[in-house]
Design a protein around this ligand. Sequence first.
Ligand SMILES: [Zn+2]
Length: 451
Amino acid sequence: MEKTKKIRLFALIASAMALIFECVYPTVFIKWIVPLYAVCVLCSAVIAYLLFFALFAAKDAKKPAVSALIGAAAYTAVMMGITPLVNNVIFGAVAPWGSVLVNTAVNLVFWLVMLKLIRKKTGERFVFLPLLCVLLVAVGVPVSVVTTAPNIKATGFIVSDTVENYEKRISAIDIYENTLETAVPQTQVYDIVMEHLRAPLPAGKTEKKVLVLGWDGCRADTMIMAGNRGAVDALLADGGKAQIAYCGGANYPAPITQETATMEGWTTMFTGCWAEKHGVSGFDDVVTSKERTFFVSAIEDGLIDSAAFDFSWDTHLRTYANDVEYSKQNGLNVAWNLAEGEEGGDADEGTYQNALQDIQRPDCSDLIFTIFEYCDYYGHTYGFWNDTPEYAEAFRLSNEKGVALIDAVKARPTYDTEDWLILISSDHGGYVRGHGGDKLQERMMFIVTNK
Ligand SMILES: [Zn+2]
């Protein structure tokens, strides 16, 4: 191929790729879609290669392909260094939009300078080059900004979601019986359920029943949204109580000994002990066969006849694999109901329907434990913060489903002869778009009961 034609073609392909890259990359990085991120890094390396090649060829370099390869490798290495540096050091890993904007700015300068140099060196008037430059700036940058914009709200977190503000919000909530200083351990969920099942039946009651509404990733200070608090208020109106609780290990307020994370949190509630005993410290861990969840142990101890676990996140099946297997082998009546559906979509609707259908059966499960992902999903996507409309809506939806399930319990024909404990709790809190660490916002959760 004629040299000028080749340079022209390479510059054209690089410019087109740059345009597509700029439209796709912000969303990929912010939503952290790992396979697509890998494609983007590769794409950025190819763009750099094509531009360097065109430039070296225009300069009549001896081995343009080799020089371009070195140039592209160096550029990619620098960019791959800059992005995490900006993300982790400058923005404290909490504002990915910042890294996107820096990445966009650096790329733009690099691409435009390269295109200008190529034009200058060839002396050819490539009409498409200025056109693509204009397009890149006119389309790529606005797309970057628009796709990044919803996440710029994250700035608000860093500024306003301080420990001081969190403490203020907690003390402004009038439903909690205790304070941050007197928070109770997450293991209390287990204790309250077991105490209820072991306590003698009150006069006129013939059966013990439990319904737990688990709200994954719901912060303790969400309760400040009194208008969205239907299910919680329903339990309190029945003579219940609300307590501030903590996850992350026994030694509160000292630093955490287990992550303020999902598997650790729910397992602690199911077993009444912390990770050092139940053995779950991460995604791949399975509850040790020495520690049974109460789905199994309460049946074996003769406290209940049946239990149901309604959830939509399939990792639970792995974490509780020993009990799933054990209950099947020993013919224990435990339903492990994984709802199909997309997270943030119809998955929670599936969990709700599974629980509702169970409650509406005359002989419903004695212990029904549900986990709704609304708060966790919208927290990870938009931020764990009440001022985010999506997170506030997630809290409202959790309450709406909760009210419907509480109403279904009360509508049971045999309700008057049943002794129901209804409990609402959460596995961990959240900070900006994540959780797992030691921050107060991540560590505190709550326990609300109807008695
Ligand atoms: Zn969780």
